[in-house]
Ligand binder design. Structure first.
Ligand code: B3K
Ligand code: ZN
Length: 880
């Protein structure tokens, strides 16, 4: 129904609500197909709203049972109810109490928004607009209320009854049923409401806050999986402590709960006091989880916990402000990981991810600003731009104004806006105030889409002893924004002298830097007292989310790779040389030729495997080449994914030829000894070992594959086993098939491990990938109703298998579009997500571009297209 209503929501049309809801009392009588919800709302007109306005409550697929005001049933002419709204044209003009009874069917709720079932449990998801699938409400984030929730259900099926806040009452309710009453004293918007009921196991612990509040911690999981919840519990405690130390933020209820469920549209959700998680991001044990899983769990537990302040205590005025909580909270979880693991490695991983996801989005038809100005379906704006670029903008702000001013500004934000629903302007005003800076131009980072391209030209004047850096910035047009203005770009730089040490930065006779501001289309910095030509190290620590094109030669970059004091740029320099090679080699392959690999590039990569390398996690990053997606973005147009794949494989084969003895030595040196520990240093050793193995097996080398097979069979932990399977899966061989069969025999009953098995096959760049994915979809292990399974098979194929998704015959596109069509009605959010695979379709060479376009056009012609899918398809196809 909503698909037929393409009327967009615009930031410029924001108006405060005409009514407020001070208190909400909810009463749930749980039943699988007919749950009754009684909502009692203490309402009053909003002094900032339109006096005399009708009361319009949001609904979505709702069935009204009854409505009363002040205890009296509303007459048929006093209201107008439909599945999507409840309108009361003439509500009382003062304060009043509205009681609404609705009936909902959690069992039939395949969209997994509102109240639904995951296995036998009841579970809710309300952000952004799911609460309106439970009861009619002012379902907008600027309506803040205190919630009391009574949940009643069958005692045997639902011994656990949870909602937000603290438990204030519980007991029997007759006829084999019982109840629990929860009260959340903190005013919150409806999107933070949560309810969970079921028969779950629990792991319990405690945390005493900095001011002595004794908080009960509970992690609920399926019975029998309690031992896999311990890492999540440790992560909660670490997060609580870190937020006190890093931001002075303390927890504010007597209980903090996390529930793991197996059917969930996203990673996790920060409901006040009751975070609900995809079990993928809770469950871990050495036998079942990889190093990556351990790290993800830590980061996502931290992210949701940090939302308690950045999201829950201070929330968003409207959904355009989503980055207010998401960008900031991603920044906070990145900092947490940097402090608990390796800061440089975390930065490298985050930048790899930003480029792969956000730069790709920014370069295509789905590009939008960190704070969009218009949307048709808000669910489609939980994007890498809002999250990851949003986090980069916060990080840049900290770089630009300095650590102390940043902390003072954050403190002011927390003090001033606690309990409010805010805008980006209010957030930025705190930093303008503490620094005295004019932040008008800064706001462009929020309002202007696209990745700025910065071109740097340098020159050295030996006679004058000056070194000049000239930078130009340009941002290309994006949908709806044909012309762009200059941004404030913090440039952190160093000038590295021939001895490898930084030389002092002097500008106009004064010590300056290391952070400079580029705020015009062209900027020029002249450094003085420069005795010898230095090599500039630009955008240290990736000080701004820009695409850099500099006049540094490969010689300069290889020098930095060995000498730069900034670890990020030591890594970046090798990557840039490798990327330049891959772009040239791809062009040569398309012309039927080849390009030799510069032995100095091989040496730079080879240093990662040197016996004296102690930082293995960092070395593993150096040894991991730019991805095929990185090369595609660098080429930018007429992209041929097969040629890129061949160029990258050829580079790997050349690296093996050049480095084989040291790869083998490193592989053996890094063999696992002792018992498994997921800590960052041990994980780093495993990552470097796998990087060596991946190169040893390049081109399907028999000896390399034999090593992978042996590691698969003898692995004492899941990281080694999964990574060995991944390496084997890149090359068609009997060993590969044997290992895949063995994996099912071992782990066929564990859904999260089967997800890994699906993903490995979906992402293998082999010509049978489409057939294999289709066969797997038809197998009994596949369940289209489980989002994790859909993402691990179809999502992974679309976004992680560039050659097979982009087959010139279009079968890859048809496969992904077909599944999106199949899920369009049942779970539109997951369906729309799958189509993210098409976000760079316009950059492809003409044959593939044509096939991708037909797949999208096929979808656009479908009747009853959901708002989610319709929005993505329309934007993807919009004329350039
Ligand atoms: N805030 C939720 C995301 C909700 C997504 C709704 N489509 C999780 C998070 O970012 O922490
Ligand atoms: Zn978040």
């Amino acid at each position: 129904m909503r698909a037929e209503d393409p009327r967009p929501v615009r930031l410029s049309e924001y108006r405060p609500s005409d009514f407020l809801i001070d208190e909400v009392h909810l009463d749930f009588r749980l039943d699988p197909t007919a749950t009754q919800v009684t909502a009692t709302l203490k309402m009053r007109p909003n002094p900032l709203g339109d006096a005399g306005a009708a009361l319009r409550l949001d609904g979505d697929e709702l069935k009204l049972v009854s409505a009363r005001i002040g205890g009296a049933a509303l007459g048929a002419d006093a209201y107008d109810a439909s599945p999507s709204s409840l309108v009361i044209p003439n509500p009382p003009r003062g304060a009043f109490e509205l009681e609404i009874v609705t009936e909902i069917d959690p069992q039939a709720n395949s969209k997994l928004m509102g109240l639904f079932r995951s296995n036998a449990s009841y579970c809710s998801q309300c952000e952004p607009e799911g609460f309106r699938r439970i009861t009619y409400f002012l379902d907008r984030p600027d309506v803040l209320s205190v919630y009391t929730t009574r949940v009643e259900g069958p005692t045997d099926e639902c011994p656990i009854l949870l909602s937000n806040g603290d438990l204030i009452d519980s007991g029997p309710a007759g006829e084999g049923r019982h109840f629990a009453v929860w009260r959340d004293p903190w005013r919150k918007p409806s999107y933070l409401f949560a309810l969970v009921a079921g028969d779950l196991g629990v792991v319990e612990d405690r945390f005493v806050t900095m001011n002595g509040r004794d908080v009960a911690l509970k992690v609920f999981v399926e019975h029998g999986k309690e031992d896999r919840a311990l890492h999540a519990m440790d992560s909660i405690k670490a997060s609580m402590k870190w937020d006190e130390e890093a931001f002075g933020r303390e927890y504010d209820l007597d209980v903090f709960m996390v529930v793991a469920v197996s059917h969930f549209n996203m990673g996790a959700m920060e409901n006040k006091g009751l975070n609900v998680f995809n079990d993928k991001y809770v469950l871990a044990s050495p036998e079942t989880a990889t190093d990556g899983d351990y790290a993800n769990i830590e980061a996502i537990i931290a992210h949701e916990y940090f939302h308690n302040w950045t999201g829950d205590r201070i929330t968003c005025r409207d959904w355009f402000q989503l980055c207010l909580k998401e960008g900031l909270t991603v920044f906070r979880d990145q900092e947490f990981t940097s402090d608990t693991r390796s800061r440089p490695v975390k930065r490298i991983q985050d930048v790899r991810n930003l480029r792969a996801m956000q730069f790709a989005e920014d370069a295509g038809p789905l590009a939008h600003p960190v704070r969009p100005q218009i949307y048709h379906e808000i669910n489609n704006f939980y994007t890498p731009t809002v999250y990851e670029k949003g986090a980069e903008v916060i990080r840049m702000l900290k770089t630009w104004i300095g650590d102390d001013a940043f902390r003072t500004g954050m403190d002011l934000y927390f003090d001033r806006h606690d309990g409010e629903a805010c805008t980006i302007e209010q957030f930025v005003a705190c930093f303008a105030e503490v620094t005295g800076r004019d932040m008008t131009q800064w706001m462009r980072w929020y309002n202007q889409a696209g990745t700025p391209e910065v071109t740097v030209a340098t020159s050295y004047d030996a006679a004058a002893k000056t070194f000049t850096v000239e930078a130009r910035q340009v941002t290309r047009p994006t949908p709806g924004q044909p012309s762009k203005e200059a941004l404030v770009i913090p440039l952190a730089l160093g000038l590295v002298g021939p001895d490898g040490a930084d030389i002092p930065l002097v500008v106009a006779g004064e010590a300056k830097g290391p952070v400079f501001t580029l705020d015009g289309e062209a900027s020029r910095i002249v450094f003085e007292n420069v005795g010898e030509r230095p090599v500039p190290s630009l955008f240290r620590n990736f000080s701004a989310p820009v695409k850099l094109d500099s006049d540094l030669t490969d010689d300069d970059l290889l020098f930095l790779a060995g000498h730069d004091g900034d670890p990020f740029n030591r890594w970046q320099s090798t990557q840039t040389v490798a990327l330049r090679h891959l772009v040239t080699a791809t062009a040569a392959i398309r012309d039927g030729g080849t390009v030799p690999v510069d032995p100095r590039l091989a040496d730079a990569v080879g240093r990662a495997f040197a016996p004296d390398e102690t930082d293995c996690a960092f070395a593993a990053q150096v040894a991991s080449l730019p991805s095929e997606g990185d090369v595609a973005r660098q080429i930018g147009h007429d992209v041929d994914p097969d040629a890129i794949h061949r160029a990258r494989n050829a580079l790997k084969v050349a690296l093996r030829a050049h480095l084989a003895p040291s790869l083998l030595a490193a592989y053996e040196r890094l063999a696992e000894t002792g018992s498994y520990s997921p800590d960052a240093a041990s994980a780093g050793r495993r990552a470097l070992k796998i990087a060596a193995l991946d190169l040893l097996a390049a081109g399907g080398d028999r000896e390399g594959l034999a090593l992978a097979k042996s590691l698969y069979g003898s692995a004492g932990n899941m990281t080694d086993r999964v990574m060995a399977l991944q390496v084997l899966s890149l090359h068609a061989s009997p060993e590969r098939d044997e290992a895949l069969d063995d994996f099912v025999a071992r782990y066929g009953r564990d859904p999260l491990l089967m997800d890994k098995w699906f993903l490995i096959q979906a992402t293998a760049p082999l010509p049978d990938a489409v057939d294999r994915v289709e066969a797997l979809m038809a197998s009994p292990a596949f369940d289209i109703r489980n989002p994790n399974r859909v993402r691990s098979l179809i999502g992974a194929f679309g976004s992680g298998n560039p050659t097979q998704f982009n087959r010139p015959d279009g079968r890859g596109y048809a496969l992904v579009a077909g599944v999106a069509a199949e899920l369009n009605a049942a779970n539109p959010q997951v369906a729309a997500r799958l189509l993210g695979a098409f976000r760079t379709w316009r950059a492809l060479e003409p044959t593939r571009r044509g096939r991708a376009e037909s797949a999208l056009r096929g979808l656009s012609g479908m009747p009853d297209l959901s708002a989610d899918v319709g929005d993505i398809v329309r934007r993807a196809l919009a004329p350039e």
